[in-house]
Design a protein around this ligand. Structure first.
Ligand code: HEM
Length: 385
């Protein structure tokens, strides 16, 4: 984690306040400009920094101090089309909304010249992305075949059978169904997953299932999730139990985080939270596809904290599809696991710890650092363990 401590008065809330204050953060007037690459390049210094992301150009000079990843990280994108850099680090960050008041204009798309001559040494091939893309495409083909060939039907229902071979990233598929179905969906989960849909026209024989729409899996999709219950883990940390909407079944793998989204004074904010567990002691605990838990520390000046404090059981909050940087395979060959955590930094380790203790014969050691006794998450559970 490369998050840097921000100066006092440079929190997200402070940034929102500044951007709403009417202070001119553009320095170019309010009329959107058409900006060339040549012009953009000139603004690459901390006291004059522009950035282009997905075709939009922003003046980030004043934002630098507020950037949670620090000045040097943000400056890597200054004076450039930083789209791919941005996508690499945190494509979920809602920059359009956060930087709205610094928006200068759009980047003029330069047409590729026909006479580009590149020596092989100057060609850069994004190997990581290529591998990822081709992997996605092959998975996409598999699913396509699967949907076309592997469905069952009876008078009333259509049943789709999905085998999950490995979950390395989050893929979402949109299927254009051949015929109408009812607005109810049920999912059965044994070795594989079966999605059961009710035919609108009973007895109609479907020749096939339909066809797959364009794969849009890179987009984070937000769904309204319902808060089921809320309790305290410590004096300043909440355990929140959420339920996915009826049509959603999702099992975020160990190590995955989901995104919560909220609107603070008109600015859309997204934050990742690791999917947690209700307790660390229960060896029989099984995550299911309808419920998930999050452990959230409440900060008095936190932009999202207040949202969670004021969220009551029964209310909804948009939650985005999961993402992950940690994969269990990373530790599969180790016999011993040693974890170091500070405060709520322990949260991402809860499910890993639980998995190691109850599902493997790994030896686990945990060094847990806290400011005060009362800050220790699940203090009693640890004693039981
Ligand atoms: C393109 C150049 C940029 C780079 C290299 C960069 C890098 C980083 C890094 C390394 C972090 C820390 C990530 C972590 O906590 O693990 C971060 C966090 C963050 N950055 Fe950037 N950043 C860039 C541009 C931007 C821009 C233009 C915005 C505008 C809104 C932005 C907003 C944020 C936010 C909100 C976080 C906190 C993320 C979170 O907690 O989910 N960054 N950035």
């Amino acid at each position: 984690n490369t998050k840097v401590p921000l100066q006092r008065g440079r929190s997200l809330m402070d940034w929102i306040r500044l951007s709403k204050s009417g202070v001119d953060l553009r320095g170019t007037g309010s009329k959107p400009l058409q900006i060339s690459m040549e012009e953009l390049k000139k603004h690459d210094k901390p006291n004059d920094a522009w950035i282009a992301i997905r075709g939009y150009v922003f003046n980030i000079t004043r934002y630098i101090e507020y950037h949670p990843g620090g000045e040097s990280e943000l400056m890597r994108g200054a004076g450039k089309d930083a789209t791919s850099l941005f996508e690499e680090v945190h494509r979920w960050v809602n920059f359009e909304s956060m930087l709205k008041s610094t928006f200068i204009g759009t980047l003029i798309q330069e047409l590729p010249s026909r006479t580009i001559k590149k020596t092989p040494s100057s060609l850069t091939v994004p190997v990581g992305n290529l591998a990822r893309t081709s992997n996605m495409i092959s998975q996409f083909r598999n699913v396509l075949q699967l949907f076309q060939t592997d469905f069952r039907q009876n008078e009333d229902t259509i049943c789709l059978h999905v085998d999950i071979v490995s979950i390395t990233s989050n893929l979402s598929y949109t299927i254009n169904l051949l015929h109408q179905v009812e607005n109810t969906i049920s999912v059965e989960k044994n070795q594989s997953i079966e999605i059961i849909l009710k035919k609108s026209k009973r007895g109609l024989n479907w020749d096939n299932f339909g066809f797959l729409m364009q794969n849009r899996s890179f987009q984070t999709k937000f769904r309204p999730c319902t808060l089921v219950s809320k309790s305290n883990v410590t004096h300043d940390t909440l355990l929140l139990h959420f339920r996915f909407p009826d049509s959603t079944h999702m099992i975020p793998p160990i190590g995955a985080h989901v995104f919560f989204q909220t609107n603070v004074d008109g600015v859309v904010i997204r934050r990742p939270y690791t999917v947690a567990m209700p307790s660390i002691t229960d060896g029989g605990y099984k995550i299911d596809s309808k419920n998930f838990y999050a452990v959230i520390k409440v900060y008095s000046t936190g932009a999202l904290s207040n949202v969670f404090v004021n969220l009551n059981p029964g209310s909804e909050i948009p939650v985005g599809t999961y993402e992950m940087k940690f994969h269990l395979e990373m530790i599969s060959s180790f016999k011993q696991v040693f974890m170091l955590a500070a405060g709520t930094g322990f949260t991402p380790m809860i499910r890993i710890l639980h998995h190691c203790l109850f599902k493997t014969d790994k030896k686990v050691k945990l060094g847990l650092f806290n400011k005060q006794q009362r800050d220790i998450l699940w203090k009693n559970d640890f004693e039981t363990l």
